[in-house]
Design a protein around this ligand. Structure first.
Ligand SMILES: Cc1cc2nc3c(=O)[nH]c(=O)nc-3n(C[C@H](O)[C@H](O)[C@H](O)COP(=O)(O)OP(=O)(O)OC[C@H]3O[C@@H](n4cnc5c(N)ncnc54)[C@H](O)[C@@H]3O)c2cc1C
Length: 511
């Protein structure tokens, strides 16, 4: 069996950035289930937040992040995020990530719920792609071992300490074993749980399943962010229309042409994402329509096409000229706030097991993520993981949060296996933007039966479905337990926040 100092699962920004830093400390292997560039990172449009502009400060960034998190951010983690941000941005600049500039300085955009312009972007709205290409080229040049089409299926833990990873070779179907001292799970999100999502196919919650099955803690699973504006065209997967379009003055109109967001928030189009997503959903219900419209026709056309080239061209390719007429949009599943619970050093409760990126729950997002804080979070905690992994021992504090277990739910009669499409519809309808106890109960039971009726795991689709069902179950059970509305979690039967619920829900296998 091959032995490494670090095995990193995933090749998005979290996997690649961690690998580039870890390489300075020892041998590194990246396992990734698709080709190197298949990831959420490549699709990031808006950019990356950091308080580097005139009139901005770590304190302002801290306050905005805490406000978005709606009472559940970990203040220590947020402090680290905002204070270490400028240094990590310098790292990216040293790596030659081509951030856009204006008058010789880095250009900064404004996004919803940020009190000042602080979003760095590259290639206009192609930030994620520029970062992914830069980092993957560097990883290849640095001769880091990268095994594409290897899907991690199990974290091997011996005597409470990580000792390796089992992985499916997706091309031959064989299971291979790799030994190591540290595993960093960097497997991204789980948007594919839902019928409508901005996420690519790889986002199937594998990291949650890997960590949970290894005995790691999973936290804040009820908090999933729905992006308010994804292009909604019949027969086409949703395509993200960045927050920054509203930041530049885009107006949301219902099918009757009326601007409606001020009915839902005094901040109008620039209200936090959950409020805008719910506003759109309620407006769609009122007007019996599957979409609303985003209008930028009042902005100078050259400004729109220069600032949002990817969005502009994508619309053009689909017969829409956004500078001439409003484009149809609707909410879509976007970003997982919860995940594998880590401390401020990216450590889980298992020695040698770390989590980075969207799959991790570092505590910076709380109940809702501030736009463009996720790419930043990756850099901050990836750096700390590698720093920490050099030291002996581990020190994850598992005291915060309340431990829950997946309750027994018996299936009545013979239940057919749960297909991916049925799972996605169930999650969208019952565990989506607006939830209620009855729907969550129903979803939790169906998901529990779905786990029992899973067919043999033998290939990538079957492993992914299994990870999705487990992740969906954790989400539905957490949403059911949290009898209040907070951040991205909204329940019609408990529409208010409750001070009793200023706490975290944490799952661990066998608890
Ligand atoms: C359309 C879109 C726009 C976004 N815009 C922004 C933005 O402007 N600003 C911002 O901050 N954030 C944005 N985000 C969120 C941000 O892009 C992600 O949170 C971030 O890129 C996650 O990086 P990651 O490395 O954790 O995961 P990913 O980039 O998704 O990478 C995960 C990797 O893990 C691999 N993998 C998964 N499971 C396995 C397995 N079992 N075995 C082996 N490999 C596995 C995948 O193949 C992939 O390589 C956006 C997201 C989307 C989808």
């Amino acid at each position: 069996m091959n032995e490494y100092d670090y095995i990193i699962v995933g090749s998005g920004i979290a996997g690649l950035y961690t690998a580039l830093l870890a390489k300075e400390q020892g041998s590194v292997l990246i396992l990734t289930k698709g080709s190197i560039d298949e990831c959420n990172t490549k699709h990031a449009q808006g950019g990356i937040a950091a308080a580097i502009g005139h009139g901005d400060s770590a304190e302002l960034h801290y306050r905005d992040t805490i406000a978005a998190g709606d009472g559940l951010c970990d203040p220590e983690a947020v402090r680290i995020l905002v204070e270490e941000a400028p240094d990590r941005i310098s790292d990216l600049i040293n790596f030659s990530v081509p951030f856009d500039t204006q008058d010789g300085e880095i250009a900064l955009a404004r996004e919803a719920a940020h009190s000042v312009p602080r979003i760095l972007h590259a290639g206009g709205d192609a930030t994620g792609e520029r970062i992914e290409v830069t980092l993957s080229n560097m990883a290849i040049l640095a001769k880091i071992g990268i095994m594409e089409h290897f899907l991690a299926t199990e974290i091997i833990v011996e005597d409470g300490t990580v000792s390796g990873v089992r992985a499916l070779d997706c091309q031959t179907g064989s299971i291979e074993e790799f030994g190591c001292k540290s595993v960093i799970i960097a497997t991204g999100g789980m948007g594919r749980l839902f019928r409508f999502t901005t996420n690519p196919d790889i986002a199937t919650g594998d990291g949650i399943a890997l960590a949970y099955n290894a005995g790691a803690e999973i936290a804040d699973m009820e908090f999933f962010q729905f992006h308010p504006t994804a292009l909604r065209l019949p027969g086409m997967p949703p395509f993200l229309i960045s927050e920054a379009v509203r930041g530049e003055g885009g107006i949301l109109r219902n099918t009757e042409g009326r601007q409606f967001m001020f009915d839902y928030s005094p901040q109008g189009e620039l209200a936090p994402r959950d409020i805008v997503a719910r506003g759109i959903l309620f407006e769609m219900r009122k007007t019996h329509s599957g979409r609303v419209f985003l209008d930028v026709t009042h902005l100078p056309p050259h400004k729109v096409s220069a600032r949002f080239p990817s969005i502009y061209h994508f619309c053009q390719e689909h017969g829409l000229d956004m500078t001439k007429s409003p484009i149809p949009v609707a909410p879509a599943a976007h970003y997982m706030m919860g995940g594998v619970k880590t401390n401020a050093w990216g450590e889980t409760n298992i020695a040698g097991l770390f989590a980075a990126g969207e799959t991790a729950c570092t505590g910076v997002h709380g109940a809702n993520r501030l736009a463009s804080n996720s790419l930043l979070e990756v850099l901050i905690f990836a750096k700390r993981i590698v720093q920490r992994s050099k030291e002996e021992g581990w020190r994850c504090d598992t005291s915060k949060g309340e431990h829950y277990s997946l309750s027994e739910r018996g299936a009545s009669g013979t239940v057919p296996p749960l297909s991916l499409a049925a799972l996605q519809s169930l999650m969208w309808d019952k565990v989506g933007i607006v939830r209620c106890g009855e729907g969550l109960e129903e979803a939790a039971s169906i998901l529990a039966s779905g786990q029992q009726t899973l067919e043999m795991l033998c290939d990538r689709p079957s492993y992914e479905l299994s990870s999705l069902i487990l992740s969906g179950r954790l989400m539905a059970e957490a949403a059911l337990a949290r009898e209040e509305s907070r951040g991205a979690h909204f329940r019609t039967d408990f529409p208010e926040s409750s001070a009793d619920w200023l706490r975290h829900i944490v799952f661990r296998k066998g608890d």
